[in-house]
Design a protein around this ligand. Structure first.
Ligand code: SAH
Length: 517
């Protein structure tokens, strides 16, 4: 029995800060002696130039650029061995805090595989956003102890946008095996049973064979997917004609004129902070220095997104009549979770969506019907259990909260996950799945036996001759407490688990109140 040396207690999780940016930003002005615009990063300049050319951009477009732009995105451009994770990086995640986290996800896969009749072949393990690969490493090590399951696994797929992280994952999971470029991405061979591992940039490149049983894991992935933000504005009786903001300018939208007596959703868009001058005025003490390059502003007119996205769910309707309400909507998250659901349960509907910019190969055809629904998805992330996230865009750098509009590309930005929206999108995508949760991470981990596993690890340490056994035990127990802590902003309360499984009359999965029998 071994304990990974890297078990870490220090460092902040990404959920630890909830800086509400909303309207406060627009009251903060930055001035300097130079009249030339100084951008904090090359990516800030690229975004600023794009806004000058075509007008304000959505929060979603901003997030996408900051996180995954090939020219300076946070995940896609970090080099020089700099790492986003751990004490020397920007934040810490549960798999990096304790090996037990990944081990219990491995056990969860084992239990679902048993509930589904011990599928004898065609099992796929898929992870989206695998970070350093730590979670998959802990899962595969655990699964390798369950021989019948291990031998039914045909392939592992990792969906990763970052070339540097793909390399880190390959080193951890495949060591010296070669990494070969293939039509859908890259392939190597795992140190666990020589399983093939394939890397793709988007889940839609992962082969979609409905005879397979995909077990899909997403840990702190959805919080990195772009959101649109909308604010309810009160009726404006003086407004004679509604207008629509387009890249070509404002267009009259006569059809909506009769609705000017109703509250409306307006998109919160990203605009540059006011131009430099020589005085400093700050009316908000909540935003850390340096002054951000950008700010959120309320769009002056409707946008195509504000007319469409808030109509997609009844949940947004009640908030519309409450002026000032802000909602966050993530179409990209909906599309990812719908893909999970269709792979598990199949779909009666043929979709025509394709990856926006396939860099290699052809997108996998969309799933249709599946004769025997199989597999499962497990989503672990932070966000409210059943309310709509509101003003949750946040930045984090070196374990400290910063404005998400500062140093674009050098700051990690993320949002709260809307678990109810994920549930709705999954259920709408496949008729043959059911969704369980979200339950709090603390509940899930305790139901999965985190304490018992921790004590097993500690007993294993007793047998070693190491000088620092007591310190190692303290670290194991401290890490467990941190993962399950439910007071205040504890990870056990803020993080949630959501499972998608084949339709089976509501029988709960293990960790969600159910058991294997
Ligand atoms: N699951 C890991 C890492 C979380 S960080 C952990 O918990 O430690 C988010 C991960 O998602 C990183 O690996 C990042 O590169 C990846 N990622 C972010 N946006 C992505 C996108 N749009 N497509 C694919 N991968 C993405």
């Amino acid at each position: 029995m071994s304990i990974r040396a890297g078990t870490q207690l220090l460092g902040c999780s990404r959920s630890f800060v909830n800086v509400s940016l909303g309207r406060k930003l627009s009251t903060r002005l930055r001035w300097s002696s130079s009249s030339a615009r100084q951008w904090s990063t090359p990516l800030a300049k690229t975004i600023g130039d794009a806004i000058s050319a075509t007008g304000p951009i959505s929060v979603a477009a901003y997030m996408r650029q900051c996180l995954t732009s090939p020219d300076g995105g946070y995940y896609t451009s970090l080099t020089d061995g700099k790492d986003q994770f751990g004490q020397k990086g920007d934040f810490i995640t549960s798999p990096e805090i304790s090996q037990i986290f990944g081990e219990l996800l491995g056990i969860w896969l084992v239990t679902e595989w048993m509930v589904q009749g011990k599928i004898s072949n065609g099992v796929e393990v898929i992870e989206v956003g695998p970070g350093r690969g730590t979670l998959m490493d802990d899962m595969l090590r655990t699964i390798s102890n369950f021989k019948p399951l291990a031998s039914s696994i045909e392939s592992v797929y990792l969906v990763e946008a970052s070339p540097a992280l793909r390399e880190a994952q390959k080193q951890l999971l495949c060591e010296d095996a070669s990494l070969d470029e293939i039509d859908i991405g890259f392939r190597s061979t795992s140190k666990y049973s020589r399983l093939p591992i394939t890397w793709c940039e988007d889940i839609r490149f992962v082969p979609n064979d409905l005879s397979k049983s995909p077990f899909i894991f997403a840990h702190e992935f959805f919080d990195a997917l772009p959101i649109h933000a909308f604010q309810s504005v009160p009726p404006n009786p003086n407004e004679a004609i509604q207008t629509l903001d387009t890249p070509m300018g404002s267009l009259p939208l006569s059809k909506l004129t009769s609705q000017s007596k109703q509250p409306q959703w307006r998109e919160l868009v990203v605009t540059p902070t006011p131009p430099p001058s020589n005085i400093t005025i700050s009316t908000s003490s909540t935003i850390a220095k340096p002054t951000p390059d950008f700010q959120l502003s309320l769009s002056k007119a409707s946008t195509p997104n504000s007319l469409l996205l808030p109509t997609l769910s009844q949940r947004y309707k009640a908030l519309l009549s409450n002026p000032g309400s802000v909602i966050e909507v993530s179409p990209e998250s909906h599309s990812y979770v719908a893909e999970f659901a269709r792979r598990i349960g199949g779909s009666a509907i043929t979709s025509t969506t394709k990856p926006s910019s396939p860099s290699k190969g052809q997108p996998t055809p969309e799933p249709t019907s599946k004769s025997t629904p199989s597999g499962a998805a497990m989503i672990l992330d932070y966000g409210p259990a059943n309310t709509i996230p509101t003003s949750t865009l946040r930045g984090i750098r070196s374990h400290k909260p910063v404005s998400p509009f500062t140093d674009p590309g050098l700051v990690d930005i993320s949002v709260d996950v809307d678990f109810m929206a994920l549930t709705e999108a999954a259920l709408a995508a496949s008729p043959a799945i059911e969704v369980h949760g979200p339950v709090e991470q603390g509940f899930w981990l305790e139901s999965m036996g985190i304490r018992e596993r921790g004590e097993m690890l500690c007993r294993g340490l007793d047998k070693t001759d190491g000088q620092e056994v007591e310190e190692a035990k303290r670290r194991v127990r401290g890490a467990i407490e941190r993962l399950i802590e439910r007071g205040g902003d504890g990870m056990g309360r803020i993080y949630k688990a959501l499972a998608i499984v084949p339709e089976r009359g509501g029988k709960r999965p293990v960790g969600f109140g159910g058991d294997v029998d």
